[in-house]
Ligand binder design. Structure first.
Ligand code: 13P
Ligand code: SF4
Length: 404
């Protein structure tokens, strides 16, 4: 039961850093780590000799380390990684594909995950205990995942059960962008994990087992998915973790079909209807493609909606001469633009606003952990303890079974 009535609203520090990080003046070029430390976000401490290495020196060092380590180490990279990091990835993809890839890597001793903390946790859960999963910079979290603290989610779950009972009344579904502890809560309570690739299948799975869904932590992905399934807005309620009983009456909870956790992505909620309208006015033949973490009004007027892998594939496969206005992270959009010089590809948000946590994987950190491996040292291992590991794996396996 929620006991703390007068708790202060806590804005995750990663969210505050995200807004400060948007003023990067359009510069996505990799600088020395020492120069990037001035950006106003927190970075993990690293031995000083890595601070002054130029991008060229880092590149030479990483290539040398990769050759020396051979197949014992694989590098996974999420689409939002900067170009100077993703170029080292043996495999790149969205959260769903990367988790599948992690589950299928049997030979590698170490997996260097160029992404954010919840992705590395997932990889650790899906790999064998003999394999090490490494996050090059431990400060690379996710401001959305930080919006669902374990205690708050456990309080919410207890409150929902106290109102609804345990008789298949609510199935917890968590977006991949959440801590292993939240995934474990879903696993032990008959729920599952989803990504932006399979949220629709996950909702369907949940409704075959219960009357309503508790969706964590992204209210927008949850709302967009439910809306696409034909669930009306009046059947959805938003759970505010800073209010008693989520700010809802027992009657509102009983009437609902979806309970949406009040979380969001600070990068994707920047995209607006106005930006889409302006892009359409400037380019009448434009195709608008956005990530489902955008607000519903933007998703409603987009031509295409999907995960980062879907966006990448759709734009790469589009005919020459087409125009694409994209609603997702700027490093990925910039890369798509340079890979598709025969198309016009641009970000709908005119402010250059990279995901501040993804950006913390600087090549200096990649070199640091690779050199560690060469010296038989596992720097920054991500290890999910029991029983969270087993319970979260249950929820992840249910996701892998429904497919992407
Ligand atoms: P994808 O699963 O689409 O890659 O999304 C992950 C993410 O963090 C989007 O903000
Ligand atoms: Fe998290 Fe948003 Fe960054 Fe994705 S883009 S990792 S949801 S903060």
């Amino acid at each position: 039961m929620t006991m703390t009535l007068s708790r202060q609203t806590v804005v995750p520090i990663t969210e505050l850093e995200q807004s400060a990080f948007c003023q990067t003046g359009g510069n996505l070029r990799t600088q020395t780590l020492e120069e990037e430390f001035r950006s106003g976000v927190r970075w993990q401490k690293i031995p000083t000799r890595y601070l002054k290495l130029s991008p060229e020196e880092l590149d030479a060092g990483i290539r040398e380390a990769r050759t020396a380590l051979g197949n014992s180490t694989i590098v996974l990279g999420h689409h939002y990684q900067r170009q100077d990091v993703i170029k080292y990835a043996d495999f790149r993809g969205d959260s769903y594909l990367l988790s599948k890839q992690a589950a299928s890597v049997k030979d590698a001793r170490a997996i260097v995950f160029c992404g954010v903390h919840f992705m590395a946790e997932t990889a650790d859960i899906l790999t064998s205990p003999a394999q090490s999963v490494i996050l090059p910079n431990m400060a690379a979290g996710c401001s959305m995942a930080d919006m669902a603290a374990t205690d708050d989610v456990e309080d919410c779950w207890d409150d929902l059960i106290s109102v609804l009972g345990t008789d298949n009344q609510v199935v917890p579904v968590t977006y991949m962008n959440s801590t292993a502890a939240i995934k474990a809560l879903c696993g032990r309570n008959g729920g599952l994990v989803c990504t932006s690739s399979n949220a629709g299948q996950a909702f369907k799975w949940a409704y075959e087992r219960g009357r309503r869904v508790l969706f964590l932590p992204d209210q927008h992905l949850g709302r967009n998915t439910a809306h696409k399934m034909g669930i009306p807005a009046e059947d959805m309620v938003v759970w505010n973790p800073f209010k008693r009983m989520g700010g809802l009456t027992p009657e509102e909870i009983r009437r609902s079909r979806v309970v949406l956790w009040q979380g969001h992505c600070s990068v994707h909620t920047r995209f607006s209807v106005k930006q889409v309208e302006e892009a359409r006015e400037a380019h009448p033949d434009i195709n608008i493609i956005v990530h489902p973490e955008c607000v519903r009004e933007v998703v409603d007027i987009a031509d295409y909606v999907g995960s980062t892998e879907y966006i990448s594939r759709t734009v790469n496969e589009a005919p020459a001469g087409t125009t694409w206005g994209i609603g997702t992270e700027i490093n990925m959009v910039t890369r798509l633009a340079s890979q598709n010089p025969d198309k016009k590809v641009f970000c709908l948000d005119p402010v250059v606003c990279p995901c501040a946590t993804m950006y913390r994987i600087h090549p200096a950190y990649v070199l640091w952990v690779l050199e560690g491996l060469m010296a038989d040292l596992v720097i920054n291992p991500v290890e999910v303890p029991e029983p969270i590991r087993t319970e979260a794996k249950l929820a992840l396996n249910r996701m892998l079974e429904i497919g992407g």
